[in-house]
Design a protein around this ligand. Sequence first.
Ligand code: NAP
Length: 278
Amino acid sequence: MTSLPDGTLLPVLGQGTWEIGDDPKTADAEQAALSRGLDLGLTLIDTAELYGNGRSERLVGEVIRDRREEVFLVSKVRPENAGEMSMMLACEKSLERLGVDRLDLYLLHWESRFPMDEIIAGFEELIDEGLIARWGVSNLDLRAMDRIEALDGGTGCQTDQVLYHLGSRGIEFDLLPWAQERTMPLMAYSPLGRGGKGGLLEHPALVAVADRHDVSTAQIALASILRQEGIIAIPKASTVAHVEANAEALEIELDAEDMAVLEHAFPPPTTAQPLDII
Ligand code: NAP
């Protein structure tokens, strides 16, 4: 478990839902996978109004219909909808698709042309109206986080959801230590490097460590980033087998020999890097 700055306890492994709900033929399997994840304690579900133009939120809504109280529900507002006149409506539409009264966490999906003080005021209004419990951001680098912290209400920010996996460790140089100092968990998106699509999971170093533990490379990829304090990983899995494998990754303990192999293949950053974004 880890804790948000406001003290809310959360599991360090949640479930992503990008590209879930897009194809009616796979919807049953996707729902079964998310439900199984809830059974296994992966109770943080991450979605966004952007994903499939609301189809991801609708499918999540089906999954949590009778299980709302078990779930820590995260959705995101598109930057162009984050202004004073548009955020409330965007949030209401997300709530309707999800079939819930309130989000547990609402994130700005990436940097917006609207000023951040206006966005924070919008989030605070949503909290006052009871539509969201708390707010955070996504895809913002250290400079942007420093600026937010200095704004009125800026310390209300509960997380920054950023790209983080073994093949993209730039945040370890500055953003992650910054967040750790504030006990603000970072939410690691694409923690599997998007699975089969990015090639990360076929890397020989991952294969070698996976073979030592008799587990899969995806499980090692997850275990390696979950060693960091203050990381919540949100892999997306659309099969029960994948979600079960991901939950099992919580049990893997990487030793010094494993870490030497991984650090050699995926060295940690030694200088500040621009934030990686999908
Ligand atoms: P990801 O989680 O790195 O990878 C997903 C891929 O990994 C899928 O193809 C999935 O296959 C596969 N996979 C899952 N578990 C596996 C396992 N145990 N073994 C082998 N393959 C496995 O990529 P992602 O979807 O980009 O990132 C995760 C979540 O982060 C998203 O779904 C979304 O919620 C969030 N996200 C946020 C942002 C942002 O801008 N804030 C950007 C990207 C993503 P199956 O589907 O076949 O199971």
